[in-house]
Design a protein around this ligand. Sequence first.
Ligand code: NAD
Ligand code: MG
Length: 337
Amino acid sequence: MSTTNDTLAKARIAVLGYGSQGRAHALNLRDSGLDVVVGLRKGGPSWEKARAEGFNVAEPAEAVKGADLVAVLTPDMVQPALYRDAIAPNIKPGAALLFAHGFNVHFGQIGPRQDVDVILVAPKGPGALVRREYEIGRGVPCIWAVHQDVSGQAEAKAKAYADGIGGGRALLIKTDFKEETETDLFGEQAVLCGGASSLVQAGFETLVEAGYQPEIAYYEVLHELKLIVDLFYEGGITRMLEFVSETAQYGDYVSGPRVIDAGVKARMKEVLKDIQDGTFAKNWIAEYQAGLPNYKQYKQADLEHPVEQVGKRLRARMPWLQAAAPQPSAEPLKKVG
Ligand code: NAD
Ligand code: MG
């Protein structure tokens, strides 16, 4: 075990939530030799799963009681009530409260007790990848931060936790809650989830409306995107340019900026401003509290988009895609951010 890891060697870690991140963190921490208890609602969807995977599972309040570090890995929108009901009344003075996303602390939805460390370890990848990389001896890069340090050990605890989930094998970068929260929200909204899926839908619609076969449009604007993104991941735009034809490169140079023009960047800045000034957070919290009426509608529209209809048929004929997908866990790679 590394020196930083020793910081948590004798610690009891409560992982609250056993979803995308929670499951990966709990399994990796345990495999790193750390003492983990999983905190879940009895009868909730993940209770049996965590039990079946060998964990000591308790109600959140019980799990928090004995813990030296509490990792809050439930959905962001349930964290304020969870903090109020299960964590604040039970967390030990001097223990650490850890988040994987700074949303609630940064936007003031959780005001942590003054006598606990408050830290952040955010893997830059979905939970299934955090687990898969760990299992093959690697890790997903993590960014970490300290919001409050009462023990004098907050930084060491954050690094030890990041090591425990495998991030130390990859790369650790120091940040703060504001930077993590704002950049994470921007990335998923403008580029990763929102930007990429809207780009794919618009490209698909353009081809289909021009009379081309939807099946061919699907391959052109969605399926092949993976190839390109893999090259970005391995070696940036440089590597992508090495692998595509001169014709594709010329088209990239003249047409890319026509599609993603200064207007797009100006609107990205508006998206960022809404994140920075709290407008997005305010709207999202209100939407959640109203029972997600718009969210459900938007989601349904995405699921019913013609690119999904044709995609479903084509993917059923490419069963190897599922076999090749990273699924060491039972969880599909369903989420970013
Ligand atoms: P998730 O939706 O996949 O899982 C949530 C888990 O919490 C489930 O096990 C659920 O049963 C449990 N849960 C729900 N309500 C609960 C309650 N009241 N008490 C106890 N348990 C409850 O969540 P996720 O996507 O892993 O997100 C967890 C945190 O990690 C969030 O802060 C998120 O922003 C952050 N994060 C997620 C990703 C990602 O890839 N999904 C990446 C980085 C950071
Ligand atoms: Mg996110």
